[in-house]
Write a protein that binds this ligand. Sequence first.
Ligand code: HEM
Length: 322
Amino acid sequence: MRFPFPFREDRFAYGVNLEPHWRGDAARFDIDEHYLGEVAEREIVLRGDASRYFVPQDMRAAAWEALALIMEALARDFPGLFALEVEENDWRWRNLALGLEQDFVFGDDGSLPYGPLEFVARQVQGDFVLLAQLGAELVLRGGMVTAAAGWSFAKNLGKSFHQFHQPVPLAHQMGVFDRAQKFLTRLTPERPVRRLGWSMTAQPRLDISSENEAVWAMDRSRVTAADVGEKVWLRVELQTLSRLERSQAILFGIRTYMLRLDELVRVRKWAARLHRVMGSLHPEVVAYKGLGHVLPLVLGYLAPFDDGGVLGPGAGPEQTSL
Ligand code: HEM
């Protein structure tokens, strides 16, 4: 399995942590052993709540471009699972993992069973948001988001970059969002970027959206010192940002990875680094991420794995076996 451990230093601080994405070395949109389960889970969420998907009419062209980008990437990066044949506007998509085959006319909504973004997003791990650029502002206009970490897709539709980041503490005052948005408005199709975001949850539940809070909110408060290792998960979002050439919209992909604490500590550097990072969190970050109850338990659990020695730079595991 792959896990993008997010901490390169011993302390946590907000910053514009954007870096180049996909230099041909890894998959642009990652598929892993959880594929079938995550696709099924997404279907259940969508059936229960249609507000997790929305694309307005004026973002349809961007949605088709997103479909093209995602299908081409999947067929290229996972040829054993996906295949795409393109003859001008006649496209044939085969999803071997799901046993699905679809001929369609590119750009013709009527030739697909769902809207273009919905059709493809139902077959990928991870969420997708479409943003339009209005002058110097990015605006959240559409997408499919079934695994939002503590926020609501529907309630953020139409909001600007600063508005949908409004609940985040500390970072605004540091100018993080001003700089990030300035950078993103200059994003080019040839140079996609990515960043990592993180949170800590109890249970590996993907849908921890605010809509679903009644279901998951109690999870964390039930964790005890006896079961913290087997109940608490480090949840990391690999967020990718791609400029779409014709529409000039931005496709924001959110691919979620989760690793249970008692698995994570098998990587000694990660255990010690996580212990230090968790011990460095600003109280406002602890409150924002809802860690009040679990943080002391997590620190207690991780302490025996941290001898205080100097850790190598970067996030790499620095061991070849577990
Ligand atoms: C352009 C696409 C992006 C979208 C749609 C997006 C959306 C969001 C949303 C909805 C939240 C949750 C806010 C809440 O608690 O209600 C969030 C959190 C956050 N976002 Fe973004 N974001 C984007 C890009 C970025 C970028 C480029 C940065 C780089 C600085 C960033 C930094 C953060 C941070 C620091 C948080 C707080 C979560 C944490 O502590 O890690 N976001 N984002």
